[in-house]
Write a protein that binds this ligand. Structure first.
Ligand SMILES: [Zn+2]
Ligand SMILES: [Zn+2]
Length: 368
């Protein structure tokens, strides 16, 4: 079928929205009419050439849409169902899937930029192949996804809210509830208060953090962080960030610190600021190859822990329905996270705004 998509032809050039031909879904795949796609920082790494992917490509991984057609053998979704997208598929059979860590699944691999059969379903109108991204590619009006990356949302949630659950919300909440498993009354610092950081703050607030220390370089982000439960706000441009975080937490430092920004420097700050026995969690992605330093002396004597968290160490089919239900119960605030919506044709403007520091999350909504 003919549809439209935002294509990246090369890094550091604007995306081009154009008509494409989408081939029918193969076995185990579904065609989805995309309703909403989050403007996530991770896509920006590819746009800026921080990491490689086959080109041209349709990016977009945080999204929501309605299943329109299913390929042979699809049993878990039906046409008409609204689904949120799961970035990481899982085979259900490898060691990681078996021990409950599906984000690390290594049982299903496919060449970069293709679906599981090693081919793509996206063509330019001249017949040229266009690659997929994460088998999602939701910066488009339609996409072909494997059924295992589709999770029905149920009723009562608007697509631009549901989309965020697929990346920003699961990443932020998961880092707190799955990776760190914070205790009631613990002190928590969060470096970087964009879409992910706000969800870390919301999760730590929900799980009973005592001092909840927000760190950012943008005063508007810090004010917004307070609305999500931060008790302290530290402007990272003014003075010694680590000393300021410690001062806000009994002078000893928090029990947990999260780097939601993603750079060697912020990783080092998160590790340095936690108290002895504390845990620093790395969430944000730095450019591939960037390296930070940790003191072995400090690491040993202080018994600190440094943990990575990918997509919130989540089990999507357990965690996402729970988060969607918390929203329906009025206990998870997704409404305030969406601060701006864009049409697909405005996608370059959306990413310019992201780089200028848009509050919380911008969302691209299709056909509306
Ligand atoms: Zn994302
Ligand atoms: Zn697996």
């Amino acid at each position: 079928m003919r549809t439209r998509a935002a294509i990246m032809f090369e890094a550091n050039t604007p995306l081009v929205v154009e008509e494409i031909e989408l081939l029918p879904p193969g076995p185990g795949e579904a065609r989805v009419r995309i309703e909403a796609a989050g403007v996530c920082h991770s896509d920006l790494h590819w746009m800026l050439g921080h990491a490689g992917t086959p080109l041209p490509v349709v990016l977009g991984h945080e999204g929501c849409g309605v299943v329109e057609e299913v390929g042979a053998g699809v049993t878990s979704v039906q046409p008409g169902q609204r689904c949120v997208f799961i970035l990481r598929p899982n085979c259900g059979r490898c060691e990681y899937c078996t021990v409950g860590r599906p984000m690390l699944c290594n049982g299903r691999t496919n060449p970069d930029g293709t679906l599981f059969d090693g081919t793509t379903r996206i063509r330019r109108l001249n017949g040229d192949i266009v690659y997929h991204y994460g088998r999602i590619s939701c910066f488009a009006e339609h996409a072909i996804l494997p059924e295992e990356q589709l999770l029905p949302t149920g009723d009562g949630i608007a697509p631009d809210r549901a989309a965020l659950v697929g990346c920003a919300v699961i990443t932020g909440f998961g880092a707190v509830m799955n990776t760190a498993k914070i205790e009631v009354g613990s002190d928590v610092a969060v470096i970087g208060c964009g879409g992910i950081g706000l969800n870390v703050i919301a999760a730590a607030h929900m799980l009973g953090a005592r001092r909840l220390i927000a760190v950012d370089i943008d005063e508007r982000h810090l004010r917004f962080a307070r609305e999500f439960g931060a008790t302290d706000a530290i402007d990272a441009r003014s003075g010694d960030v680590v000393a300021a975080i410690r001062a806000a937490s009994d002078g000893q430092g928090p029990h947990y610190a999260f780097d939601a920004y993603g750079s060697p420097r912020t990783m080092e700050q998160a590790f340095a600021c936690v108290r002895a026995g504390g845990t620093a969690v790395q969430i944000g992605l730095a450019p591939e190859g960037a390296v930070g330093s940790i003191s072995p002396f400090d690491l040993a004597l202080s018994e600190k822990t440094l943990k990575g968290s990918f997509m919130g160490s989540s089990r999507p089919r357990v965690d996402m329905p729970r988060l969607l239900d918390l929203y329906r119960l009025g206990r998870l605030d997704l409404d305030r996270l969406v601060t701006r919506t864009y049409a697909l044709d405005e996608i370059n403007e959306a990413y310019d705004d992201l780089q200028r520091g848009v509050l919380a999350r911008g969302v691209i909504t299709m056909g509306g």
